[in-house]
Ligand binder design. Structure first.
Ligand code: NAD
Length: 435
């Protein structure tokens, strides 16, 4: 298949983003930010500073469509913060992209990078368009013109985009090529999430699932669970869920249940994850009729008597309605926003240790950082080296967040925000406000 017909392929790794309340995009992020800022007694001036985006770019993106008509799309890039380093964040192409959403997601990237100790600030970009109605050529022209309009914003030392909703490796390759044409040299480090042949990183495909595995093992250690004696249920059997299940099994855990849109699958003796992966691969990425386990419903899976529940499918799966039925001791949020605020309260009351999405699925953004480092060195690491370094960063991020949870007698979710805000605020104090 020619490369440019591949444009609709889903990105294997997408810069993780929170699920937002669409009536008020800032709200879900700001509530947690406010709570954590209050806990650490953040100075009101610093609070104002950290709430405000550093820069907002809005640009008109004219595109000659296939029928030779001209359409003008609205493009955005918001740089929320650059205190810890160049800004980093995905670019999304979707009909409902608007400035409020991009502002919220840019701020969230600042916290996300700070939690895992990646030396980047936060940014986010997007174009309001419906790529499902556009040809590959139209999407390519849109990408190139958006990049050209933002030439002064992007740069390996300034602002580094990545894939997000409806953007993928191919689109990142066009962005990198356009930027490189303008600066008259090949500059792979301007964007992450690229194809391997253009400076992508080994281990990126598995990175998010791997981070779920590492943080789960850390949580198990904290509460005295041995992998070889632990049972796990994984909701969602896509990129994140299947890799997390496979790696946890390799660590000796027994994965007794998995699920996808076709339903849940349970086997008390443990599911053969490799067999399930092969089955899904050969059946349109679906486990429908998989015979290595007995069928159960998705609700049953969430309420199973297991040690770890890993929701790795989609948002809003654990709610006020079903959180009380959860029997797992640990929840590892591979997906973004699988737990609602109501459910959070119930799980906290029931003593369930929730590894929040901002930490549990941060393996992807960490390997994005490794991609940038490798591009700048012009020297590429083995998958082993990527994995070892990823494990180390995820473990130390887990320990820091757990420490904050203990220090403030709060949840790991709020602990993660405490770590992030402290880190950025401390760096800001040391740098000072340039007058
Ligand atoms: P994916 O499309 O590869 O897989 C999603 C899986 O969930 C599929 O198996 C699908 O059948 C299943 N699913 C959907 N609805 C379900 C339901 N109601 N019940 C049970 N299963 C259901 O997606 P992915 O890349 O694995 O991402 C999963 C989640 O992780 C998303 O929330 C995503 O935002 C988040 N995330 C992904 C990455 C990454 O690197 N891919 C990084 C950070 C966060």
């Amino acid at each position: 298949m020619p490369l440019n017909q591949d444009v609709r392929k889903k990105a294997v790794y997408q810069e993780p983003t929170p699920i937002l309340d669409h009536d008020n995009p800032f709200q879900s992020m700001m509530e947690r930010f406010d709570h954590a800022a209050h806990l650490i007694g953040l100075d009101p001036g610093l609070y104002e500073y950290l709430k405000s985006p550093a820069r907002i770019h809005i640009t008109s993106v004219p595109v000659v469509m296939d029928d030779r008509s001209i359409r003008v799309f609205q493009g955005y890039r918001v740089i929320h913060n650059e205190v810890l380093g160049p800004s980093k964040g995905g670019i999304r192409f979707a009909p409902d992209v608007d400035l409020d959403e991009i502002k919220a997601l840019a701020a969230w990237m600042t916290w996300k990078c700070a939690v895992v100790g990646v030396p980047f600030g936060g940014a986010k970009g997007g174009v309001t368009c419906d790529p499902s109605t556009m040809s590959a050529g139209e999407i390519e022209r849109l990408t190139r013109r958006y990049t050209a309009n933002l030439m002064d914003v992007f740069g390996p030392d300034k602002d580094i985009p990545a894939p997000d909703m409806n953007t993928n490796e191919q689109i990142m390759a066009w962005l990198m090529d356009t930027y490189s044409m303008h600066v008259r040299r090949t500059e792979t480090a301007v964007v992450t999430g690229k194809p391997l042949i253009l400076g992508g990183s080994a281990g990126r495909r598995e990175a998010t699932g791997r981070g779920v595995m590492t943080t789960t093992l850390s949580a198990m250690e904290r509460i005295g669970l041995r992998p070889s004696q632990s049972t796990i249920a994984v909701q969602g059997f896509g990129n994140v869920g299947s890799i997390a299940a496979q790696l946890l099994r390799e660590q000796g855990c027994k994965v007794v249940a998995v699920s996808d849109v076709s339903g849940g699958y349970y086997n008390a003796d443990g599911i053969d994850i490799e067999a399930a992966m092969r089955y899904a691969e050969g059946h349109g990425r679906s486990l429908k009729d998989f015979d290595g386990a007995e069928p159960i419903s998705n609700d049953e899976l969430l309420a199973l008597e297991v040690d770890v529940l890993a929701p790795c499918a989609k948002e809003n799966q654990l709610t006020g309605r079903n959180a009380g039925a959860v029997k797992a001791k640990i929840i590892a949020e591979g997906a973004n926003g699988p737990t609602t605020a109501d459910a959070d309260t119930i799980l906290e009351e029931n003593g369930v240790l929730v590894i929040p999405d901002i930490l549990a699925n941060a393996g992807g953004v960490t390997v994005s950082y490794f991609e940038w480092v490798q591009d700048r060195q012009g020297y590429f690491w083995t998958a082993d080296r990527v994995n070892r370094r990823l494990d180390r960063m995820m473990r130390s991020a887990f320990d820091a967040v757990y420490g904050a949870k203990e220090e403030f007698s709060t949840t790991m979710r709020i602990g993660a925000y405490v770590i992030a805000i402290r880190k950025v605020a401390d760096a800001l104090r040391m740098r000072g406000i340039y007058a």
